[in-house]
Design a protein around this ligand. Structure first.
Ligand code: FAD
Length: 295
């Protein structure tokens, strides 16, 4: 079977596609721009018995130092569309978004058009598809359905009643989300911009935004703050190689320059052990390790 070679590359460094700036080469890396191209790629990978991984904005992703075997899919330009349906309603808006649309672009378009509710995602890096998979900032509440291309290339619609969203998690069958349909309540653009301003102010004063990271390393345990536990365990500033527990926000691990995936994983294990020893709580990683490791 022939592959759509125009969108395929070999040995693409994943460090260039993750906010951590960490990750070795992908055996195959593809940026399909159409649904047909994506389907052909997935069929080709299945025929060749290659594992498939997906990287969106790569802002919640840790990629192995030795790289990934198989095919890494990163949706291209054709998946960055956004459109409100022609059928307008006074109280809500239905919007079709390509999964590779930057979440920030959607947040500001939403404010401009008065599609309410996304202001809490202001400043959130990454793409809409990744945000849906992570249920980032509760974006799942707006999702009506999405298009999912299964790993064998089958295209299907997944509707709201088939979805389960929980804290930083959406139950999604293996595959690639290509388009998301969302419904938002209408608000005044002035109100939306004001809420965005407040969110950005909060984010800039509390989060680590200057150094490469993947956001929060761990999920908050029920009723507790992971950052607070890590801070109280005296771990701020602790470092393994070039991976360091941020001095600003203890739940962020930052890359001081040459951190490796193994540095980050060792530091995460160290944090888990210390927090468990001190508070009896086992922290659950929020950051996702993508793909199969070589070796
Ligand atoms: C500075 C900083 C601040 C952050 N703040 C927050 C915050 O406040 N709240 C929060 O919830 N998160 C936060 N994050 C984490 C991250 O930005 C979000 O989870 C984001 O929505 C992930 O989107 P992404 O496109 O980068 O996903 P990726 O990291 O690319 O992928 C995440 C997961 O989704 C899968 N995936 C991605 N795209 C698709 C697709 N199209 N189809 C199927 N699977 C896909 C990947 O395989 C992976 O398992 C922060 C990160 C950083 C770096």
């Amino acid at each position: 079977m022939s592959w759509p070679s125009a969108c395929l590359r070999q040995h693409e460094l994943l460090a260039n596609h993750t906010s951590f700036r960490i990750g070795g080469p992908a055996e195959w890396f593809a940026e399909p721009s159409t649904l047909n191209e994506l389907v052909e790629l997935l069929r080709g990978a299945a025929t060749r018995g290659l594992p498939v991984s997906v990287v969106g904005g790569g802002t919640n992703t840790l990629a192995a130092d030795r790289g990934l075997r198989g095919l890494v899919v990163h949706l291209g330009r054709g998946f960055r569309t956004v459109q409100e349906t022609g059928h307008r309603d006074e109280s809500s808006a239905t919007v079709y978004c390509g999964a590779a649309l930057l979440t920030q672009r959607l947040v500001f378009l939403a404010a401009r058009h008065g599609w309410g509710g996304l202001e809490i995602l202001a400043g959130l890096p990454g793409q809409v598809g990744g945000a849906v998979v992570m249920n980032a900032q509760g974006i799942g509440q707006f999702v009506q359905r999405f298009t999912l291309v299964s790993l064998d290339g089958t295209v299907r619609q997944v509707t709201r009643d088939q979805l389960r969203f929980s804290y930083r998690y959406t139950a999604v069958d293996p595959g690639i989300i290509t388009e998301v349909v969302m419904q938002f309540p209408k608000v005044s653009p002035a109100e939306a911009y004001e809420r965005i301003r407040t969110t950005l102010q909060y984010r800039n004063t509390t989060q680590e935004v200057r150094l490469p990271s993947a956001g929060c390393a761990f999920k908050n345990p029920p009723g507790l703050g992971a950052g607070r536990l890590i801070d109280q365990a005296g771990l701020k500033g602790v470092r393994i190689g070039d991976a360091q527990v941020s001095r600003r926000h203890a739940n962020f691990i930052v890359n001081l320059g040459r951190a490796t995936c193994d540095d980050v994983l060792s530091l995460m294990e160290h944090i888990q052990r210390r927090v468990h020893h001190q508070f009896g709580v086992m922290l659950d990683p929020e950051v996702r390790l993508v793909g199969e490791r070589f070796g």
